[in-house]
Design a protein around this ligand. Structure first.
Ligand code: FES
Length: 586
């Protein structure tokens, strides 16, 4: 599959002239301030001809030396600039927080709203007419889009693209999924230290985000389904030369979008969000998408709820045969036809008439797409799972809901009742879970609390609780696990996640005791703590709220303003409120 420039050429419907540009207020008027803006632009080596009357295009680049998923973004930003220059724009690159999933602690989720706020304010405070958003590593995609949605300047998203397949001794390795798998094999004594080191050398071979259907692939695909990328952009591997060409095309296209005045609010309709949910479900995508899409939809004024995910999940089959729900990786998906191939299969369920950043409708973007390998992108008649991969559960243990990726769970456990083994926070889990004296067997339900948005804090991806070593040695590879945490999209198992309200906020998870019977019933969407209400009331009365984790700084702000998982974990003051006025230029 290649990227065909001709195919994307559209007639630019110019609604705006140079004088209408937002940047004209900085550059075009004749006063003391604009003299400063022009002379300072010249200080950087640009001539008047470089910027006069041209749309100023911000390139928000989440490159950093410590984000391997964005290692190619320095070069890609130059390729975006090439496109902007070619189309008659003036590119300016603005660095932003990189949200490096493997390195940033306690969790990049703590900082998603930080990048969203940074994006919004970068756009607002600079003389920008349009923006290219460069992201891909997990939270960067929703964060950049959330900020751009609120600021509502013409915006196009350049996804980082997946890294190449991992390899080890002739086998294919997938990010995350195979780390957990072989870590369990190592703990069970099945593979050696040397083999484990070989896996370390072979699992991440190129720039790009995780190449399983983790949060990164899920959210970049969702961005494309929303209509915020050029057609086919999200599936191109980072190392493929098509990726560089897609970057420069995006630069060219955003200049046209400025003259067309095509903004996120024109693209991100209710139909667009429904199509993003359909796509996530058909991909067997990450549970994290639930939180992020709800947060993004709220910014767009679209009422997307947990229940909408569940409703759609009952009719959308999983078609993408990608790990952890399936067997292939994103590189295979690209060669098999990529996301446009999946869209062709889902065509009847999609809203094809809506606008996208390409300047064409979603249906026009998809037209002509083909599937080249049916085993990678399955047909509707031969799905991986007949239902979508996500289920939303409720019950007295999760009154505001929780989610499970049942396509990645052991089917035998989807209806299960067992005694709880409770861990208060990750430190206690790490200390006790492998203790040979821990009273646990394969019927137990492992419960982790204090791991939610406020409790952890930042809702880390601790939701795939480790199986106790003594059970691993007996051959146990899955158990029911429940938490108020999130789970990596590359993880798997019978893990109930995002329990809301979280325990730190006084949710019922705070009341569970070791030995209590917990019942999971995915077919009926229930999660119940089988303890009578009078006893729960006694425990509730005795419960004391934990002390705040942060006394100052960004963490304290997060604790005061982050909403619960079912509401998208956005800051209350970012999700709502009156429009912020344009800055005065004095
Ligand atoms: Fe960046 Fe997985 S670590 S996407």
């Amino acid at each position: 599959m290649t990227i065909d420039t001709e195919e994307w050429e559209v007639l630019v419907n110019r609604k705006r002239s140079a004088e209408d540009l937002r940047s004209h207020r900085w550059y075009g008027v004749q006063d003391l301030r604009s003299f400063g803006h022009r002379s300072r632009t010249k200080q950087m080596g640009y001539a008047t001809e470089d910027y006069r009357g041209k749309p100023v295009i911000g390139i928000i680049n989440t490159w950093s030396d410590i984000n391997p998923c964005h290692a190619h973004f320095r070069v890609r930003a130059e390729e975006v600039k090439r496109g902007v220059w070619q189309a008659g724009g003036f590119p300016v690159e603005l660095p932003a927080m990189s949200l490096s999933e493997p390195f940033q602690k306690p969790s990049t989720m703590l900082y998603r709203n930080f990048l969203a706020m940074e994006t919004e304010e970068l756009l607002r405070s600079h003389p920008l007419d349009g923006v290219v958003l460069m992201g891909g590593c997990d939270k960067t995609t929703p964060a950049l889009l959330m900020g751009a949605i609120t600021m509502d300047l013409p915006a196009i998203f350049v996804p980082a693209g997946p890294m190449l397949r991992g390899t080890w001794r002739g086998q294919t390795l997938g990010s995350g999924s195979d780390v957990w798998k072989y870590w369990d094999e190592k703990r069970a004594g099945v593979i050696s230290e040397r083999e484990w080191e070989e896996i370390e050398n072979g699992i991440a071979r190129s720039p790009g985000h995780c190449m399983t259907m983790g949060t990164a692939s899920t959210m970049t695909s969702a961005a494309e389904a929303l209509g915020m990328t050029l057609p086919g952009a999200s599936s191109i591997p980072a190392a493929d030369s098509n990726h560089a060409r897609m970057a420069s095309m995006s630069g060219r296209r955003v200049v046209e979008m400025v003259f067309e005045d095509l903004k996120p609010s024109d693209v991100l309709t209710e139909g667009a969000y429904d199509d993003a949910v359909t796509t996530v479900l058909a991909l067997g995508g990450s549970t994290n998408a639930v939180i992020h899409l709800i947060a993004m939809a709220r910014r767009s004024g679209v009422p997307l709820s947990l229940d909408r995910f569940d409703e759609m999940s009952r009719s959308v089959p999983v078609l993408a045969n990608i790990r952890p729900s399936g067997e292939f990786l994103m590189e295979d998906f690209y060669y098999a036809g990529g996301l446009r191939g999946l869209f062709i299969r889902l065509k009847a369920a999609l809203n094809l008439g809506r606008p996208t950043v390409s300047g064409r409708t979603f249906g026009e973007n998809v037209a002509g797409a083909e599937v080249f390998r049916d085993e990678v992108i399955r047909s509707l008649e031969d799905p991986i799972h007949p239902e979508g991969g996500l289920a939303v559960l409720r019950g007295n243990l999760a009154p505001d809901g929780c989610v499970i990726k049942h396509s990645a769970a052991d089917p035998r456990l989807l209806r299960h009742a067992g005694p709880a083994v409770v861990f208060d926070g990750y430190d206690e889990l790490a200390r006790r879970v492998n203790d040979p004296s821990l009273e646990v067997d394969e019927s137990s339900v492992l419960v982790l609390r204090g791991a939610g948005p406020l409790g952890a804090p930042g809702m880390p991806e601790w939701g795939m609780l480790p199986i106790p070593e003594k059970l691993l040695r007996k051959g146990v590879r899955d158990m029911v696990r429940i938490s108020d945490a999130r789970m990596s999209g590359t993880a798997y198992g019978t893990c109930v996640l995002h329990v809301a309200p979280e325990s730190h906020a006084g949710g019922p998870l705070a009341l569970v005791r070791t030995g209590d019977l917990v019942e999971l019933d995915v077919p009926n969407r229930r999660l119940e703590l089988l303890v009578d209400e009078a006893e729960l009331e006694r425990r509730r009365a005795a419960w004391e709220p934990p002390k705040p984790y942060y006394g100052r700084g960004y963490g304290a702000m997060f604790a005061r303003h982050a909403t619960q998982a079912n509401e998208g974990c956005d800051f209350d003051f970012l999700a709502e409120g009156p429009p912020v006025p344009e800055p005065e230029i004095h």
